[in-house]
Design a protein around this ligand. Structure first.
Ligand SMILES: Cc1cc2nc3c(=O)[nH]c(=O)nc-3n(C[C@H](O)[C@H](O)[C@H](O)COP(=O)(O)OP(=O)(O)OC[C@H]3O[C@@H](n4cnc5c(N)ncnc54)[C@H](O)[C@@H]3O)c2cc1C
Length: 424
């Protein structure tokens, strides 16, 4: 049986990837298990000492809709006070089918909350995480550096690293793979991946319009694919800016990117309508191909996959990182229990216990996101009628709306123990 700080290992937990998931896990471990040594290896020059402009690619120009449950997690980790001045509250969510009858509105008030969720710039989230990690003596960073190979040990792993054109190795009691959706390590380690292509891309940009957003997030399903607008700006003042996630098939994406800004705005206007007045500006556009990726088994002896390496979802429902966060906290709980009962951190029983607890949440969240896309992505008349009925039904049946709102608020099964009470 190995003890924490066992001299046999260079570190207790090695995290491959210091993006949103890896950095948050490092912070959670530092808070909850400060006796463990945590090492984060990140391929980009991303570290508590890096300049904000270097925070790529996890901390790029995108925004993330943090669900209410995620806010509670960051509260527990002491990060919320530095995020809240920059977090735009979502007070209502308007889900609708452009040009059709059905629509549903969810409001924070109805659920006794200040907000259903918050929109935070990835860059600011990254900056807050890096600053908080800089104060944690139990966390050390290697960046830019890469984990390029992993060998199992009887208990734990040896990871091969590359940094500054030099190779080295590091032993760890457990390796957490947080290297993102195109996880090279997942592939190298032969994890079984299930991927379905949506045949669509997400075009991302910040947009400005003439009416105040009034802290409403829009999820709009159109015949050409779903689009989401997340309110941005100062928390206390309803601004006229939103983060756009616009789903487009390959040909439509190319066509849209070839347009000038005015033409692109006109196309968006036609797609979204006039609820926010006239679209007047679109910032720099980025785009990502959309896939649904999951792994059957996310654990091996001494190894666990988290974040996008474990699951990549369609972004329009804003669930991917929120799901990842709940998984990270479940993993930390499993490590706490292992430490309390002096079991090895990489023990298969410990990691399978984590997986079993996270699995249902993952299945439900994947189903929720995917079904939104499948139902609303179809053009058939029968399905159009069904989705009208679904949206209208959701407005009429309080239980259905509550279910939908709980998912949107990121209150999965693992949040049950956390207070969902009103906080300011
Ligand atoms: C357009 C879009 C909008 C989204 N909006 C939302 C939203 O509103 N709400 C939400 O909950 N989710 C959202 N998501 C999902 C969210 O962005 C992801 O869940 C999140 O970025 C995953 O973070 P990650 O740390 O797992 O992966 P990544 O952000 O990809 O980070 C992986 C890190 O690992 C590093 N790395 C890679 N290989 C190695 C290696 N071998 N060694 C060391 N380091 C390595 C990389 O440099 C990177 O920093 C959205 C996604 C997209 C595409």
């Amino acid at each position: 049986m190995s003890e924490p700080h066992s001299p046999a290992f260079d570190t207790d937990i090695l995290i491959a990837g210091g993006g949103l998931a890896g950095a948050t896990l490092a912070l959670a471990l530092a808070h909850r298990l400060p006796q463990l040594r945590v090492t984060v290896v990140e391929a980009f020059p991303l570290s508590p000492d890096a300049r904000p402009e270097d925070y790529q690619p996890s901390y790029d120009a995108r925004s993330t809709a943090l669900a209410w449950g995620s806010r509670l997690i960051y509260d527990d980790l002491g990060l919320w006070s530095s995020l809240s001045p920059h977090a735009t509250p979502i007070r209502r969510i308007h889900v609708s089918d452009r040009g059709r009858f059905g629509a549903t509105r969810l409001s924070a008030e109805e659920h006794g909350q200040d907000a259903l969720g918050y929109v935070v710039d990835n860059r600011l989230l990254g900056l807050a995480l890096m600053r908080a990690l800089g104060e944690q003596p139990s966390v050390s960073w290697k960046a830019p550096a890469k984990v390029v190979g992993v060998e199992p040990l009887s208990e734990g792993v040896t990871a091969r690293l590359e940094q500054d054109d030099e190779s080295s190795s590091l032993t760890a009691r457990c390796l957490v793979v947080a290297d993102g959706g195109r996880s090279g390590l997942r592939e190298q380690l032969g994890f079984n991946v299930e991927t379905s292509e949506y045949g669509q891309n997400a075009l991302i940009a910040n947009v400005t319009f003439s009416h105040p957003h009034d802290f409403v997030a829009y999820e709009r399903f159109t015949d050409a694919g779903p689009l989401a607008l997340l309110p941005r700006g100062k928390p206390g003042r309803a601004g006229r800016e939103a983060a756009l996630v616009w789903t487009l098939a390959d040909a439509a994406l190319e066509e849209t990117l070839a347009l000038d800004e005015g033409e692109r705005l006109a196309r968006l206007q036609a797609r979204f309508g006039w609820r926010l007045g006239r679209f007047v500006k679109m910032g720099e556009c980025a785009h990502y191909p959309l896939t649904l990726t999951t792994v059957q088994e996310a654990v091996r002896p001494g190894i666990v996959l988290v974040g996008n390496a474990a699951h990549t979802l369609h972004p329009v429902a804003g669930q991917g990182f929120n799901l990842a966060l709940r998984g990270l906290m479940t993993l930390v709980e499993a490590f706490e229990q292992a430490t309390a009962s002096a079991r090895p951190l990489g023990d298969m029983g410990v990691l399978q216990g984590y997986q079993a607890r996270h699995r249902q949440d993952q299945r439900d969240t994947v189903r929720f996101s995917d079904s939104l896309i499948q139902i609303f992505g179809h053009h058939s008349r029968a399905l159009s009628a069904a989705r009208d009925a679904g949206l209208v039904g959701m407005d009429l049946v309080p239980g259905a709306r509550r279910w939908f709102a709980r998912r949107a608020m990121g209150l999965g099964p693992n949040a049950a123990g956390r207070s969902a009470g009103k906080r300011s």
